[in-house]
Ligand binder design. Structure first.
Ligand SMILES: [Zn+2]
Ligand SMILES: [Zn+2]
Length: 248
């Protein structure tokens, strides 16, 4: 790789899903979460297409659980070894600004697995959901570590031809190094529908980075947007700052 491009290379882990019966000690998509029995399970009471009042509140469902051991990388805060993502499996037209419109509403937990002394056995089921595309099927994941590059428009103009050369050299006719697709930790988002967008942390102003990509695929049964991606951006300065979700 050319040294000029190195600062634009980001580590990423592609998560390849496969239908399985993971337990709460496994990384998974749509599988059971290692959840403390004394911690309330997340609910959503925002208005959605199935309930304009958002009532009664409905339980969220697991989207992904990733243990650090399976997908190490720069996105892990110190002392944290478990990332959990849930969502409300309903379509929300106009949720709070940190959430994506016309999408499920996300919830994120960072944990230390050792802190979960008594795991919750049976989380509450959702009382309503919009469509099958929002109920992820339980899948085990195979992690593939990759180096991801941004869309060329996000590079300084003088580097764009260099990236195009690199794409040609590595891809056998295709592009296998930029904005890699699929369920993904880290890396770069694609911006094939709009101009690249930069999100500033609402707590400290730092430019947010892509933490997680929810993809649409047959294996998980997840479909977001028009067979698109739901992307979770977080603040690299402090993982406790508010996240931002974007549908593409
Ligand atoms: Zn909801
Ligand atoms: Zn911040």
């Amino acid at each position: 790789m050319l040294p000029e491009l190195a600062p634009h290379a980001r580590e990423a882990v592609i998560l390849h899903p496969e239908r399985a019966e993971p337990d709460c000690q496994n990384s998974s998509i749509g599988g059971p979460l290692l959840w403390p029995s004394d911690e309330p399970w997340p609910e959503c009471s925002l208005p959605d297409v199935n309930s304009s009042a958002g009532m009664p509140a409905t339980a969220m469902v697991p989207v992904a659980q990733i243990f650090r051991r399976d997908a190490p990388g720069p996105w892990w805060p110190a002392d944290i070894d478990l990332l959990q993502i849930l969502w409300c499996p309903n379509e929300h037209w106009d949720p709070p600004a940190q959430q994506a419109d016309v999408s499920p509403v996300l919830e994120v937990r960072w944990r230390r697995a050792a802190d979960v002394i008594t795991p919750l056995r049976t989380p509450p089921p959702p009382s309503r959901y919009e469509k099958d595309g929002y109920l992820p099927q339980a899948c085990a994941i195979t992690a593939e570590r990759v180096t991801d590059f941004p869309f060329r428009e996000e590079l300084p103009a003088e580097l764009r031809p260099r990236l195009e050369d690199l794409v040609r050299e590595t891809g056998a006719g295709g592009d296998v190094i930029t904005r890699l697709a699929g369920w993904k930790l880290g890396g770069w988002p694609t911006w094939h529908l709009t101009h690249p967008t930069v999100f500033a942390c609402s707590d400290c102003g730092t430019t947010m980075t892509l933490l997680f990509t929810v993809a649409s695929d047959d294996e998980t049964g997840v479909v977001v947007g028009r067979w698109g991606d739901l992307r979770l951006f977080t603040c690299p300065a402090d993982h406790r700052h508010a996240f931002q979700v974007d549908l593409h």
